[in-house]
Write a protein of this length. Structure first.
Length: 132
């Protein structure tokens, strides 16, 4: 599977360059994305602008990827999906559970918001001391 990688400051864009993602290609895509969980920049945006069709097992693998990333306190956002690909996610009732945006720019906004949220939730310096 041919994949283009574009590393930014806070995220990496993974762009499959194949018009069809078969079930057997999903494992390679997952391995590529999961490698970023071991790096300093863990957040991944999966850009599906080239993908015209996707098989069911590949859809499920992508949904599992998002879960894996969130379990590791990292963001995983899908962007630029075509109608046929969107239908494949919807058919498996996964569309509403995934972070999907129309553009990479909007995906970047999601990553930024989630980074801020993690910083606020993980901050030890925030405490509440009610006056008695």
């Amino acid at each position: 599977m041919e994949i283009k990688i574009d590393t930014k400051e806070k995220f990496t864009v993974v762009l499959p360059l194949e018009p069809h993602i078969y079930d057997n290609m999903a494992a390679e895509l997952a391995a590529t994305c999961n490698n970023y969980l071991q790096k300093d920049v863990k957040n991944v945006i999966l850009d599906l602008q080239v993908v015209d069709t996707i098989e069911d097992a590949a859809v499920q693998t992508i949904a599992q990827l998002q879960n894996d990333f969130y379990e590791q306190n990292a963001s995983f956002v899908i962007c630029s999906i075509k109608p046929n690909v969107e239908e494949a996610f919807d058919k498996l009732e996964l569309l509403e559970f995934l972070n999907i945006t129309p553009t990479e720019s909007e995906a970047w906004d999601i990553v930024q918001m989630e980074e801020i949220e993690r910083e606020l939730l993980d901050g030890d310096d925030i405490s509440f001391h009610p006056e008695v």
